[in-house]
Design a protein around this ligand. Structure first.
Ligand code: PLP
Length: 446
């Protein structure tokens, strides 16, 4: 393997392309359980499940066999024009059976971004079907991460991801992210902060005009955009009351939080969220194959059928929607989750994870820790008492990330925050290994 060829030809997402020319790539060659190995043979505990996705780790034989069997039987077919195939049918029924109540229909695609683009299009389509052509705005949140395509990239509320890409598109507006650490006033309780976020949200809805708003999209627990932000108490209850009042759809983005990551099957389960649509990807196939889904309620599906009676075919879908090999791997993944009680395992590992995460709060560089299930983050602070971050140029996050790799663990820097999201199969010793490595990296940064 010649790293110079990487530099010459491979464009790397979310990478400083100028710096890459001199730094070159870290080449990961193989995986085993929760570990990956680079081209020098160095072993890392993958404390991020790569990109919050490889939930069953990197050597699950059953997924390899499921893919191989499907490749040998029917490597590709589609689900356009009334066609179907067994893996698609099985996956649609298996997934809707475990989905939050009422989400009985699913449309598959390849990535979380496409799933969220689909959700936007369906919110528009639904309102057109209902004869409400003005009800089209989608409210997302600053700090949200919903992907990078033109629609999903617009929903993403990170200005750096809009800059020079001419995003966001029209009809997307952003509400505040209810991050108590970043947004609370001095002395403000979490409850008071939640109430303030809700009135700010209500003011936004009134300002925009509820009759122009189709949907609100949120991650039950914000992942990569804001750095694992948990909603303050009462937030989603209040949001849902307001959405119901104004007949605004709720889209839950469970791309990170789905399939047991939080210690329950869905992030929605923790906060009483009853979505009209839900998007999933990543752990749907443990990342072994690219597949995502947009699940919708009966009411939305009824409106879609009504449109077909009126205008004919539902004119949306990608070539690889419900790709047989991806669907077969997803089916096997969901079977493994059930047979091995992965959600229960996460719930059993959560106390150790929470304890080790919380212990980092005493570290002089840590302003706050946040976590749920096997998902967590530490907030790096220059001034703990004042919750002041380092300035953007300090590079403290990337430095900690790099030091953690030296210590054999992979974590992810998100601005002034360092996230951890290990494979769902980790045991307590591996949780200790992850936090030992992170603590050493934090010590290096002192
Ligand atoms: N939604 C959430 C919550 C995500 O974290 C991500 C990716 O990290 C996406 C959507 C986009 O998924 P993809 O990168 O597969 O397009």
């Amino acid at each position: 393997i010649d790293p110079a060829k990487d530099v010459a030809h491979l464009i790397h997402p979310y990478t400083n392309l100028d710096a890459h020319a001199s730094r070159g790539p870290v080449v990961i060659e193989r995986g085993e359980g929760a570990y990956v190995f680079d081209s020098n043979g160095k072993r890392y505990l993958e404390g991020m499940s790569a990109l919050w996705c490889a939930s069953l780790g990197f050597s699950e034989r059953r997924l390899v066999d499921a893919a191989t069997r499907q490749l040998a039987t029917l490597p590709y077919y589609h689900v356009f024009n009334h066609r179907s195939h067994p893996a698609a049918i099985q996956l649609a029924s298996r997934l809707t059976a475990i989905a939050p109540e009422g989400l009985n229909h699913v449309l598959f695609a390849n990535s979380g971004s496409e799933a969220n683009d689909t959700a936007i299009k369906l919110a528009w389509y639904y309102n057109n079907a209902l004869g409400r052509p003005k009800k089209k705005k989608i409210i997302s949140r600053w700090g949200a991460y919903h992907g990078v395509t033109i629609g999903a990239g617009s929903l993403t509320g990170v200005p750096a991801m809009h800059a020079d890409f001419d995003l966001p598109i029209a009809n997307v507006v952003h509400a505040e992210m209810p991050s108590w650490y970043h947004g609370a006033r001095k002395g403000e309780s979490r409850e008071a902060f939640a109430a303030r976020m809700l009135s700010s949200f209500e003011a936004l809805v009134e300002r925009e005009g509820p009759e122009t708003i189709a949907a609100f999209i949120a991650e039950p627990v914000n992942g990569s955009g804001g750095g694992v932000i948990l909603p303050p108490p009462g937030y989603f209850e209040g949001i849902q009351r307001l959405l119901r009042k104004h007949d605004i759809l709720l889209i839950a983005d469970e791309v990170i939080t789905g399939f047991g990551r939080t210690g329950r099957m869905w992030g929605c389960d923790h906060f009483g969220i009853r979505p009209d649509m839900m998007t999933v990807a990543k752990a749907l196939s443990s990342a072994y194959m690219p597949i995502s889904g947009t699940l919708v309620s009966d009411a939305i599906h009824d409106a879609m059928k009504a449109e077909s009676r009126k205008i004919g075919a539902f004119a949306h879908g990608v070539t690889y929607s419900a790709h047989p090999v991806c669907a077969a791997v997803a089916n096997e993944t969901l079977k493994i989750y059930e047979e091995r009680d992965i959600v229960g395992h996460v719930a059993r590992m959560s106390p150790r994870f929470a304890e080790r995460l919380a212990a980092l709060r005493e570290h002089p560089l840590v302003g706050e820790t946040r976590g749920i299930g096997l998902l967590g983050a530490v907030e790096i602070a220059r001034d703990k008492a004042e919750r002041k971050p380092f300035d953007a140029a300090s590079g403290v996050g990337p430095y900690i990330q790099a030091r953690a790799m030296e210590h054999g663990v992979i974590v992810r820097a998100i601005r002034d925050c360092v996230a951890v999201c290990p494979p769902l199969i980790v045991d307590e010793a591996q949780i200790d290994e992850l936090f030992d490595g992170l603590r050493s990296a934090l010590d290096d940064a002192r």
